[in-house]
Every structure is written in C-alpha cells, then in structure tokens.
Design a binder for this molecule. Structure first.
Ligand code: UTP
Length: 294
C-alpha cells in the first residue's frame, strides 16, 4: 500500500518568467483550476491522502489555496451558489496536506531529500507539481499497481519522438511485459545516438526510502544541482528499478508552449466551453487561412 505522496513545487520556474517572478508556476490555472490541484486530485484518485508539498520562497499562495477561507465561503453562501460553495469546501478537505520549505533551490533531488523525515519508513509516490497527466486510470495508480507486482522503485515513462530525446531523462532496459521495463540504464538528456530508447521519464515515481541514502551520495550534477536521475542511477547499482510505460497524456505546464496546448485541449473537453470554443478555434483557423491566401 502506498499511503504517502511528495509533490515538489519549490522551483524557480525560470522557463515561465516573467509570470513566475512572484507567482508559483504550480498555481498557473488550467482554465480555472491551478495545476497543482490536478496533481493533488491524482493522488486522491490513487488512494493517497497524506501529501507533502515541497514549498519555498514565493509559494505561499499554494498553502492559501488548500486552506479554508471563511470570508469567501460566507460570501458565496450569501449568493446561494451551492455548487461553487461545495467546490470550495472540496479543495480544503480533499487531502491531508503538509508543507516543508526548501530554503535553497538545489534541484529536484534535494527537494525530494526534504521528505526524508516524512517518508523514511515506507515507499512513497512523487508527482511533479508542474505536470498534469490526463488518463482514464490515474497514472500514480498505474505506478502503484506496478509497485505491488514487482516491489521495486517505479519510474513513469512515456514514448517521445526520437528527435526530442535530448530534452529528457531517458531509460533503457529489458521488457518484463509490454508496458514494464527492468532498467539497466538511466541517461539524462542523451544525444539521439546515445539514447538507449525513446522512453522519457514522465514526472511520476514510486520511490523506496533507499532513495534518501542514494541522494546523500549524489554529487551536484547538471546546473550544479542535486539531480534525482543521478540518485536513481546510484540506486540502480544497488537495487532493481522498473519503468512503467504510462497510459495517458502528459502536460508539462512549466513550458509556455505546453501550457498553451493544455489550456486549449482542456477547454475543448469542458462541457460549458466546448461548443463555443471549438467554433472560435475554427473561425480563427479560417481567418489565418484566408490571410495566407491573400
Ligand atoms: P523543474 O526543473 O521543471 O522546475 O522541476 P524549475 O527548476 O522550477 O523549472 P525551470 O527550468 O526553472 O523553468 C520540476 C518540479 O520540481 C520542482 C519544481 O517546482 C517543479 O514542480 N523543484 C525543482 C523543486 O521543488 N525544487 C528544485 O530545486 C527544483
């Protein structure tokens, strides 16, 4: 049973400046819901209600979002908007959320290391706070299922185009089934020729507490930061790690282009917007085509 999750959300978000200068990227809304709320919902939908968010400078609004706001609630009650009131109450009660601050931003590995006192005795899930995965079965649940079968650290991977492998951490290994690989290689941002596969690490993990020992041995790597992939590579020498090819679509809202695509795709899926928004998109494309013909 995986009962705890860690959501790293302390990063600078430099790829999304200037909005991230004084605002967490994890609070960027997909239409009307902050990204990190989708991530928390994925934990809850996977049976996890004990969540540790790694927070940091400028991230107070994440705490406020999951806190109760009595004044706002009574204003909404006065307006007799029952649905909105229920929605607000749901946010503050959806999970048991704890926060710890990463005072110096020393990388994702260092962020995870801040969870050692919370998670030292049991395996736990990790979900990047800036990554949403749309799927029928929550991806964390998919990883839990793999963990329960193989009892090893699990890394979520997705297939990416070969020309893009150099943007990701990439895994190599032997197939245990059509969706599970027993890993023998983990490479951070390899060139196309060096990449052992086109399976990229997808922002979700089940880690065993041994990761904390591996992190202690991990030297600073790329960007002078403690990289989680480097720690996993150390762990791989000591124990088995598997990768699960996830069923779902990943959206990394930490980069601007993905954020735009996410907004469009989620709007098309929302009942109250889909018809009008699709008409707007068709009209926009038609105008672009007309312009080109002139
Ligand atoms: P990223 O590498 O995407 O975050 O980390 P970043 O460093 O904020 O992004 P850029 O490259 O500057 O735009 C993935 C997740 O890990 C968290 C981030 O907040 C994000 O949710 N993270 C990253 C930490 O919590 N601490 C860190 O030191 C680094």
């Amino acid at each position: 049973m995986i009962k705890k999750a860690v959501i790293p959300a302390a990063g600078f978000g430099t790829r999304f400046l200037p909005v991230t200068k004084a605002q967490p990227k994890e609070m960027l809304p997909i239409i009307d819901t902050p990204t990190i709320q989708y991530v928390v919902q994925e934990c809850v939908d996977s049976g996890i209600e004990d969540i540790l968010i790694i927070s940091g400078k400028g991230k107070r609004s994440i705490e406020d979002h999951f806190d109760r706001n009595f004044e706002l609630e009574s204003r909404i009650q006065e307006k007799e908007d029952e649905a909105l009131y229920t929605q607000l109450r749901h946010i503050e009660s959806m999970a048991n959320i704890h926060f710890i601050r990463q005072k110096e931003l020393n990388g994702l590995g260092d962020a995870i290391y801040h969870a050692r006192f919370h998670c030292e005795h049991e395996p736990f899930a990790v979900l990047l706070g800036d990554t949403v995965i749309d799927s029928v079965i929550p991806v964390t649940q998919q990883l839990i299922d793999s963990f329960e079968q193989y009892r090893q650290t699990v890394i979520a991977v997705e297939r990416v185009p070969w020309e893009n492998v150099s943007r990701y951490g990439v895994v190599g290994g032997v197939n245990l089934s059509d969706r599970i690989l027993q890993l023998n290689e983990l490479v951070e941002k390899p060139g196309r020729k060096q990449a052992p596969s086109n399976f990229a690490i997808a922002g979700r993990y089940i880690l065993t507490p041994e990761i904390f020992r591996a992190l202690e041995k991990t030297p600073r790597g790329k960007g002078n930061e403690i990289q989680l992939t480097d720690a996993l590579r150390i762990l791989l020498k000591e124990e088995g790690i598997i990768a699960t090819l996830i069923e779902g679509k990943r959206y990394d809202i930490g980069n601007k282009m993905d954020f735009l695509k996410t907004t469009v795709e989620f709007a098309l899926k929302r009942k109250e917007f889909s018809v009008d928004f699709e008409a707007f998109l068709r009209e926009t494309i038609k105008n672009i085509d007309d312009q080109k013909e002139k």
